[in-house]
Design a protein. Structure first.
Lengths: 204, 191
């Protein structure tokens, strides 16, 4: 069981997909305009990671290595289609807000990257642990980025139509630039620098 | 005609595929250190986008729609892109080996380049006609090339810039990206 926890924990911190591996940056920038969108996309990505990692590690010994990438892509695309249809049926507003970024999960390097680097050469249990760790690490990163952007850009956080809180002062005059694309680049750049800086401090 | 022109400008400058739609960030941060390589990369991506958009539209309207199988579109698109990239790969290996080596891993990565899949999905979302899809793909490709070229020039200087160790590399590239987006807001009024 210790192997399971190790693979799980690694995705959260030491190989966090966004801040350490720098994979899956497109969604980290595009869908973090609000906490709600970020949670929706993270749920879809975690589901696709978990399902594709499980299936790929189950059939890894039957896939000829020359055609493995196309096989992985088709498996991932199938699960993305499922996630897309589930979102369309149950949370249509969120489906519209995420727009093209939901079907684009199929092209995110992070999902194919885990399939190729981990699931295709590890047991099912370890692959599930890896998918959960990377998925939750991805979710945490997106929650952090989107919270900063939504609080600064709109003055508070609202989720599924309920205002959680509004900051006095900032609520009336929010810094709009943070929910625009500029804010995405700026926040992610500064957070990357912050995590590097804490690492640099530790080593010195 | 003016409608096509506004789609073109909108895709190339106002809703730039890298800076506003955040598609194709990997080559934006990875490949673009030399102007020549960046421009060549842009041209190839533009070509793949153009052909993929045409193929995507035809598949949507003549294969999936008659069969009521639109839900299969994601799988179909990704297969079309993967085979296109494979063709470009083989073609380039035979005709221009130096360029092929300069691209390295990034050529194979066009398959998972969000920009190519992104443009097909955008065309589908907006309900563009065949001609409009082609114009949108061309605009997006040229916008992609333009930003890649601008960034490669900036990156050459960033390499030598004296900035704190924690900010060097990816973080400063992101912050530069933020300033580039601000500059591109200037185009918003032209349509």
């Amino acid at each position: 069981m210790s192997g399971f926890t190790k693979e799980f924990a690694k995705g959260l911190m030491t190989s966090n997909p966004i801040f350490v591996l720098a994979l899956g940056l497109c969604p980290a920038l595009a869908t973090t305009t609000s906490l709600e969108n970020a949670l929706g996309l993270s749920a879809a990505v975690t589901f696709v990671l978990l399902a594709s990692n499980t299936i790929i590690s189950l059939i890894r010994n039957f896939i000829p290595s020359t055609v493995r990438i196309p096989v992985f892509i088709v498996i991932i695309a199938a699960f993305v289609t499922i996630a897309n249809m589930v979102f369309q049926a149950y949370v249509p507003a969120l489906h519209d807000a995420l727009g093209i970024y939901l079907p684009l999960i199929v092209a995110y390097c992070i999902v194919l990257g885990r399939a190729e680097a981990f699931a295709s050469r590890n047991t099912v249990t370890r692959s599930i642990a890896d998918a959960l760790g990377i998925g939750i690490g991805f979710t945490l990163a997106l929650v952090l980025i989107s919270s900063i952007r939504e609080i600064l850009g709109t003055g508070g956080i609202s989720i599924f139509g309920n205002d959680l809180f509004t900051l006095p002062g900032l609520g009336d005059n929010p810094v709009y630039i943070f929910i625009l694309p500029t804010g995405a680049f700026l926040v992610v750049g500064l957070l990357l620098a912050l995590f590097r800086w804490t690492g640099v401090m530790k080593n010195e | 005609m003016s409608e096509l022109w506004s789609i073109f400008i909108g895709m190339a400058l106002i809703n730039n595929i890298i800076l506003v739609k955040f598609l194709g960030l990997c080559p934006f941060f990875g490949v673009s250190k030399k102007l020549g390589v960046a421009v060549n990369m842009g041209v190839i991506v533009t070509l793949v986008m153009f052909v993929a958009s045409a193929a995507g539209w035809l598949i949507d309207n003549y294969i999936l729609a008659p069969l009521n199988a639109e839900y299969l579109n994601i799988i179909m698109y990704i297969l079309v892109i993967a085979s296109l990239v494979q063709i470009v790969d083989i073609f380039l290996k035979r005709t221009n080996y130096n360029l092929y080596n300069a691209f390295g891993i990034y050529l194979a990565l066009i398959t998972t380049n969000c920009a190519v899949l992104g443009i097909i999905l955008i065309n589908n979302d907006e309900g563009y006609s065949f001609i409009e899809s082609l114009v949108a793909a061309l605009g997006a490709g040229i916008g992609f090339t333009l930003v890649l070229a601008i960034m490669s020039g900036i990156r050459e200087r960033l390499e030598l810039a004296d900035c704190p160790r924690a900010i060097k590399g990816l973080p400063i590239a992101f912050i530069t990206g933020a300033l580039l987006v601000l500059a591109f807001y200037g185009f918003t009024g032209i349509i």
